[in-house]
Design a binder for this molecule. Sequence first.
Ligand SMILES: NC(=O)c1ccc[n+]([C@@H]2O[C@H](COP(=O)([O-])OP(=O)(O)OC[C@H]3O[C@@H](n4cnc5c(N)ncnc54)[C@H](OP(=O)(O)O)[C@@H]3O)[C@@H](O)[C@H]2O)c1
Length: 294
Amino acid sequence: MNESIRRACVIGWPIGHSRSPIIHGHWLKKHGIAGEYGKRAVKPDELEEFLLGLSAHGLVGCNVTVPHKEAAFRIITRANPEGVSALARALGAVNTVWLDEWGRVRADNTDVYGFMANFHEGAPDWRAAGKHVVIIGAGGAARAVVAGFSQEGVARVTLANRTLEKAERLAQELAGIGEAALAAAPLSALPALLAEADVLVNTTSLGMSGQPPLNIDLSPLPDHAVVADIVYAPLKTALLEQAELRGLSTVDGLGMLLHQAVPGFAKWFGVRPEVTADLRALVEADIEREQGGA
Ligand SMILES: NC(=O)c1ccc[n+]([C@@H]2O[C@H](COP(=O)([O-])OP(=O)(O)OC[C@H]3O[C@@H](n4cnc5c(N)ncnc54)[C@H](OP(=O)(O)O)[C@@H]3O)[C@@H](O)[C@H]2O)c1
């Protein structure tokens, strides 16, 4: 193995069709870096050995995806309590792991950064002060979205979820993460919530290809509302289509995936890359290939 080549990868179980190698491969080529980024299927019972033996595996770091984000957080916190960022500690999940200059394992959660960077890119004039954000869903992705808006200083975040108890638990757990007042509601409350929402975000898997549709009527939303979806396959979900027809600003889910990759690349390869139109086109083409069944 050539020791001068820095290697990273994405791990999951199963790893499936991750688009991270396309993103990091594009940046490595663009910046002329002698590096590699692959993907590895790591079983849950091999996760600890893998994360604590990164350098033995020839790696400078990795991304962590489903279902390992919470377990990776616990493993790295035990190994190096100071090595996990405050944000990842608050979320109880990590997606980006690297070795510091002393070879100690460190980790962060860049989903929050990824979501908010993409949101601001899609809605550049949007300001957080006084806003009410309604989030559909209360799973792993919803945690990052609540944290992002709350830390930016919105006034209120309401989580509407099929399982109300999960939304209540999440609102309680993240109550101290930022300035916002957090509340939970059942999905049946959406029509009333939309009438007083400044932002609506879908964080469920509804609307994704192969999943049931997200059936909600956006007509109660105020005209200034921004609608975001974190589903990115299809790129333009039925929710975003409906919002566009209403003349509302929209933010799609692909940019979150692209932006969350930036901090990891900078840690592993020493260059902070940019999310550009050519990168987006490359990943879009891959999604369209998959959607077309090719
Ligand atoms: N754009 C990106 O970079 C990015 C990043 C992360 C995730 N995502 C996407 O976000 C989605 C959610 O991921 P996750 O990790 O948060 O999943 P998760 O933890 O499993 O949460 C799934 C959420 O969807 C809700 N849900 C699922 N099926 C439903 C149905 N039939 N009716 C009503 N609600 C339903 C669940 O409600 P209950 O609590 O009632 O089960 C829960 O709130 C996935 O599509 C994922 O691909 C995108």
